[in-house]
Design a protein around this ligand. Structure first.
Ligand code: DOR
Length: 367
């Protein structure tokens, strides 16, 4: 069969160690076929990069693309286009769609939709309920099991200790956890009843909600030596915990919202910055950056979770939680790099090969 060739000329090609090689890159049938000066190479398509930086495709390992069921917010066609517009060429998508992705049939439906609609590479999580243990371990192909320990958008929730333990005790797949303690959230919702300012969201779902849940899943992961990934780490307390105590089979991520935003932003943005886990204090922003730099946190995802502006204009607590982000994460981090706050090597670790290594995605993340 004929090989299709794409030649990108005059690029500054980012290497995994953070160095840059100036030259040309040849893609053959979508795979890297060669690097270096290729003046005579014949290609079907040529792009003159004009000295721009050429990065490996970013992998966003946590997005919510809302299909099926809530396509008025987002779909696999629009979400994947936003992704590639922002340099994200692969995404891992969450199961809190409608219906939830908790069975092989629901997974097959998503895969068929993605095969038609997505312009990026994709993988899907299977969602845990209290009673779908067999599907969690047999549904395929999946990138992992997703557990919501605290209720968020959709109906997925596993908040009983014995249900959680059963999932950790049976099987070997990666378990990705949204770690917020549901009992404490409910308690504090009652306590703060009557407050309708959006900022109360961060008070209800406080740092202790996140820390308690993270401590519990870390203990379960250690007890069963079970591969655990902690989604969207948001507090300084969790960073300190993982810095002290992170087994080799545990990884953690942070999202730009928790790096760049804090509770001061409710004043100007209102529900637009309402998400779960919530935005926190400047001290948490600083601790999350430090955790990324020292390896307590392994990589960056976005938790891209769009809602409509009409929904976001509802009064609290009817306003939904979640912010978009898949299109803006790489520009934000490149801006940080230009300001000298992180390096080209770190961006590739946090956004390209780090997620690829954690999820066992072959042939991606490094040029
Ligand atoms: O704020 C959030 N929104 N956090 C989640 O965990 C889910 C997400 C969504 O799907 O809207």
């Amino acid at each position: 069969a004929r090989v299709s060739r794409l030649l990108i000329r005059n690029a500054r090609i980012a290497r995994p160690d953070g160095s840059v090689s100036e030259g040309d890159l040849l893609c053959e049938d979508g795979r890297i076929g060669g690097l270096g000066p290729a003046p005579g190479a014949r290609a079907d398509e040529e792009i003159d990069a004009q000295g721009k930086l050429l990065l490996p495709g970013v992998i966003d390992p946590q997005v919510h693309f809302r299909e099926p069921g809530k396509e008025y917010k987002e779909g696999l066609a629009s979400g994947s286009r936003a992704a590639v517009r922002g340099g994200v060429t692969s995404f891992l998508e969450m199961p809190n769609t409608d219906p939830s992705t908790t069975t092989q049939a629901a997974l097959d439906d998503k895969l068929a939709r993605a095969a038609k609609a997505s312009v990026a590479n994709y993988g899907f999580f299977i969602g845990a309920t209290a009673d779908n243990l067999d599907a969690l371990n047999s549904a395929a192909p999946v990138c992992g099991i997703k557990i919501f320990m605290g209720a968020s958008t959709g109906s997925l929730l596993v908040d009983k200790a014995e249900d959680l333990e059963r999932i950790f005790a049976h099987g070997t797949r990666l378990i990705a956890v949204h770690a917020e303690d549901e009992a404490r959230i409910r308690e504090r919702k009652a306590q703060f009843k009557g407050r309708t300012d959006y900022a109360v969201h961060s008070e209800i779902r406080d740092n202790a909600c996140a820390l308690r849940a993270t401590e519990l899943v870390l203990a379960l992961s250690k007890k069963y030596k079970r591969r655990l990934h902690i989604l969207h780490l948001s507090t300084r307390e969790e960073v300190e915990l993982l810095r002290r105590d992170k087994p080799a089979w545990v990884t953690a991520e942070v999202i730009p919202n928790h790096l760049f935003l804090n509770t001061a932003d409710y004043a100007t943005q209102g529900a637009r910055v309402q998400m779960n886990p919530p935005i926190r204090q400047p001290a948490d922003n600083a601790a999350l950056w430090a955790g990324l730099h020292d390896g307590a946190i392994d990589f960056i995802a976005t938790d891209h979770a769009p809602h409509t502006l009409d929904e976001k204009r509802r009064p609290y607590p009817e306003s939904p939680a979640g912010m978009p982000g898949v299109e803006t994460s790489l520009p934000l981090l490149l801006t940080e790099m230009q300001a000298g706050r992180c390096t080209l090597a770190e961006i590739q670790k946090w956004m390209c090969w780090g997620p690829a290594a954690a999820y066992g995605i072959p042939n991606k993340g490094k040029i």
